[in-house]
Design a protein around this ligand. Structure first.
Ligand code: APR
Length: 268
């Protein structure tokens, strides 16, 4: 893949149907661990099969809920980073030119929204939302006072995904409440997937930021866009396997590189 060329700034200015696909790397500089980075990745330290599958929740709801309580509190303490701000600036600049930018994220944090991005598509759900695992009714994410106290007192072991916190009971049917995130083996929310796929199928530019492009169907979106003739731009310090369809391969951290790309295209 070529290095990013001057043509990238012109292409960003000319683009009218943009998809920005983000992964954990977009939130890495906010302090939220990615999943597969060596050493620091969540799946290097926790077993996804024990913490991010419906079977795991069925087997040990307190362990899974406790881990998500920890992750939710970690995210609540984080702030947006310049990558999120640059994505919002891109969306505003393209909209000002009569175009559209669909921000499609695999992340379950709300940092794109906190940075002012609009109409964000969450392919893998949102950690701040919860629903009943039995009847599906939306539920409060805040643990009930007694379990809230449990998470406060859970102390260090909660960081090992080892503290059990009983999930709240569904206010409708009494079933255990679960986080509204997509677990391994589960279908993506249909409406979100259709929106993302339709945007990719008509894109003239797709910007892939901070994703290893290894988890499907999200990883299909850049290929869908490329087949539609879109220019594929990638921002990632490491190779991802997407390089064969990437026109501009920006081998850098998103928080460090994205603001400069947007400045070059649209001015400060
Ligand atoms: N800036 C840009 N990219 C970064 C940065 C950074 N500062 N730091 C790390 N990266 C890159 C890594 O090189 C890697 O390619 O971010 C990518 C993170 O990849 P993953 O950890 O696999 O995260 P992601 O691609 O979002 O995973 C997809 O897998 O576990 C499931 O549902 C989960 O949504 C997640 C999905």
């Amino acid at each position: 893949a070529q290095k990013a060329d001057g043509g990238l700034a012109a292409a960003l200015r000319a683009a009218r149907r943009v998809v920005v696909l983000t992964g954990a790397g977009a939130s890495a500089e906010s302090g939220i661990p990615t999943f597969r980075d060596a050493l620091t990745g969540l799946w290097e330290r926790f077993d996804p099969a024990r913490l991010a599958t419906p079977e795991a929740f069925e087997a040990d709801p307190g362990l899974v809920w406790g881990w998500y309580v920890w992750r939710r509190e970690q995210i609540a303490r984080c702030r947006t980073n310049p990558a999120h701000d640059a994505v919002t600036r891109l969306q505003r600049a393209v909209r000002a030119r009569g175009g559209t930018v669909t921000v499609v994220t695999q992340n379950v944090d709300d940092l794109h929204e906190r940075a002012g991005a609009e109409d964000v598509v969450h392919l893998h759900g949102a950690i701040a939302a919860s629903r009943c695992s039995v009847c599906g009714a939306p539920a409060e994410s805040e643990a009930a006072p007694e379990t809230r106290a449990a998470s406060d007192t859970a102390g260090p072991e909660i960081r090992t995904g080892g503290a059990r916190i009983a999930p709240p009971a569904c206010p409708v049917c009494g079933g255990p409440v679960r986080p509204s995130v997509v677990w391994f083996g589960e279908a993506l929310p249909r409406g979100e997937w259709l929106r993302a796929e339709a945007a990719a199928a008509r894109a003239d530019l797709l910007l892939s930021v901070g994703t290893s492009s290894t988890v499907y169907p999200a990883a299909e979106l850049p290929h869908t866009a490329a087949r539609a003739g879109a220019r594929i731009v990638q921002v990632n310090p490491s190779p991802t396997g997407l390089e064969s369809i990437v026109r501009d391969d920006v081998r850098a951290r998103a928080g460090a590189a994205l603001p400069g790309l947007i400045d070059a295209a649209f001015g400060r």
